[in-house]
Design a protein around this ligand. Sequence first.
Ligand code: NAD
Length: 496
Amino acid sequence: MSTAFRFALPPTLSSLRNYVDGEFVTTAKRFDNVSPLHGKVLGQVHEADAALVDRAVKAARRALDGPWGSASVDERAQLLYRVAGVIERRFDEFVAAEVADTGRTVEQAKKLDVYRGIHNLRTFADLGKQAQGDFFETRTAGGDDLINYTVRKPLGVVASISPWNLPLLSVTWKSGPALICGNTMVVKPSEETPSSATLLAEAFHEAGAPPGVFNVVHGFGPNSAGAALTAHPGIDAVTFTGESRTGATIMKAVADGVKEISLELGGKNAAIVFADCDFDAAIEGTLRSAFANTGQVCLCTERVYVERPIFERFVAALKARTEKLKIGWPDEPGVDMGSLVSREHREKVRSYFKLAQDEGATLVTGGGVPTFGDERDQGAFIQPTIWTGLPDTARCMREEVFGPVCHIAPFDSEDEVLRRANDSVYGLAATLWTTNLSRAHRVARKVHTGIIWVNTWYLRDLRTPFGGTKLSGFGREGGRWSLDFYSETTNICIRL
Ligand code: NAD
């Protein structure tokens, strides 16, 4: 296969194998890994069938009964530190994998995926070492003296199914806490972005992970590795990040076995901009929250509500800044946006361009695809797009587009904007822009989302809870919430 094109992957990543029971495993059935930068085939992915998924789950089960099962939390942490060290040493390979697979800029791949991947593993190793149990002294009505204390135990085999938008971030966000809690894992990365998970498997291998502790199976969802994994009776829990509909399907798949499940799903996030905001900060923040990673972060803003006195000025300023965003090759100096993840996803986003028109939107900027006159025209690039004029009932106001799009609407009062922002089937994140401290606290408490930022967006402390309400999922991960999800608490009661 010729690899004479920009952002080709090294030969080692042109054949992506599964990692099962400490071995890299090929399969007969393969699919192409295509780069959205230019539509070129980066390599082949070995698709796991139900039999290979079964081998992975059984290997993960066996590993629980081996040295991993009796490893101390410090020994588990040492493994995570070593894996983080391998990622650090092979940093450029991970960045290349993320850029080629996702089409994002090099800067974004570094910050959103690779630095964050390293940080995820180290942070959860540290948090796991500090985790404490509870202790209660009890005197019963009958005069018995008791002590109660809790111990954390691993859940067992955790299946992790992740999306394509932040590949290494997603897998490490799950693997760090799951492994520090003593579980073993079978990871299925998105079929769109399989490279970094394969590299991560290499990192675990290099770091000396016992066979079966960390497994990677490649493939799709239905009728493939994803469905085989969630249907497998040998798994004990599922942690899923992806679309709400997929989350619902997976919930049904694990319902009969009454498995633990954590769902991080879609969003239709609102930004509320009050007239008393720091205007320039609100423009820069909204630009970032709407268009970062080409709008493909579950936390991205797609609905912007602006208080009427500054509405016109806000629309004009955001339009001017948006039109200055540079779309291009991931390593071009000053580039702001790469491509979407695939041509198929671009078709979905473009269908919303058409729908917005049909629903009566006013196009402020964008609404098309850029042309370059080179191989990028076979890629999945798209213009950042702003609309105004849609009613809150429009489908473009209610459905997650998951691209660089936002709609700006005026509002007149706090009560009105709260009602409109909360009028969504989703409840993942919201952003408030105001310099009025009381208002910030008052409004933040009334927004029905799991995460709210005030005067910023997407700044994260990994010790804080992360997750959504309504169709955005349930369960919280992050900090002790991750440790709670990935472990089972047993209470031990002793009569003195
Ligand atoms: P998706 O639901 O299409 O796929 C996610 C993963 O699920 C993939 O690995 C896919 O192969 C697998 N899958 C699909 N059907 C399956 C099935 N029936 N059984 C088992 N596995 C199955 O999502 P996507 O398009 O990859 O990702 C984009 C979505 O993810 C958006 O909705 C976005 O908002 C959401 N997301 C949410 C968060 C969050 O933290 N809330 C974070 C990132 C992305």
